[in-house]
Write a protein that binds this ligand. Structure first.
Ligand SMILES: N[C@@H](CCC(=O)N[C@@H](CS)C(=O)NCC(=O)O)C(=O)O
Length: 225
């Protein structure tokens, strides 16, 4: 079990978030990478509602995750994956293999996640706004086309870029958030890819660790009778 209060690596995460966000908070990414490589990490928990002022020095917007590895401080979940991947076997050391893994990692965060994030906004958070209703059809089409090309690029491969890598942690955590669009169901190879990732013991352990924190810090008013 990689959680170890004395570990060199520290992951900052929220101590509690509302139910709809549980299991989707981005500290899942570095947790998953640590679990895959058997790297011990300790948790540093902060409140999502009342972010401590000192935390803005580690993460400019006081978002999670933040990663500390000895003297090294890393923010942005993608950067935490790159840092961790280099400590083990989740990122190849050089050549085309490394370039492909980094390309797909950035593709997840720059070419897919923004559309998924926008979908959450128009379909959930701002769903009652007229502009959101107007934007939904074109966004669904745009995201669908992006997923079509992604599915084509994946082809019959098990993982995006050779062996399982940080690129898969990046892409699968992004795609999971698109569950409610129905777009994955329409693309069985992509849905199977996401399911394959979520079947890994590293994913399950990371998820369990995130959820255990929320359970332990559920505010009394939110506890079920
Ligand atoms: N691009 C950042 C986004 C981080 C992010 O949005 N984190 C969310 C949790 S999943 C957060 O901290 N939200 C609270 C806020 O933005 O104030 C990353 O990937 O690390």
């Amino acid at each position: 079990m990689p959680i170890d209060p004395n570990a060199e690596i520290e992951i900052t995460a929220f101590e509690w978030v509302p139910r709809f966000a549980q299991g989707y908070v981005r500290d899942l990414r570095p947790r998953w990478a640590c679990e895959e490589m058997g790297l011990p990490y300790r948790e540093r928990l902060i409140s999502a509602m009342s972010k401590p002022e000192w935390y803005f020095r580690d993460q400019p917007w006081a978002q999670v995750p933040h990663l500390r590895d000895g003297e090294i401080s890393v923010f942005e979940s993608g950067a935490t994956l790159v840092h961790l991947g280099d400590k083990g076997d989740l990122t190849p050391v050089g050549g085309q293999a490394r370039a492909s893994v980094l390309s797909w990692t950035f593709a997840a965060f720059n070419s897919v996640e923004p559309l998924v994030f926008e979908w959450a906004n128009v379909a959930v958070f701002s769903r009652r706004e007229e502009w959101a209703t107007l934007r939904r059809p074109s966004l669904r089409k745009q995201l669908g086309e992006r997923l079509d090309r992604l599915q084509d690029a994946l082809g019959t491969r098990e993982w995006l870029a050779g062996a399982f890598s940080i690129a898969d942690i990046a892409m699968i955590t992004v795609l999971r958030s698109a569950d409610d669009t129905g777009l994955l169901e329409e693309r069985p190879a992509l849905a199977a890819y996401v399911a394959r990732g979520m079947e890994r013991s590293g994913f399950k352990a990371a998820m369990e660790a995130q959820l255990a924190v929320f359970l332990a810090h559920t505010p009394p008013a939110k506890q079920e009778a």
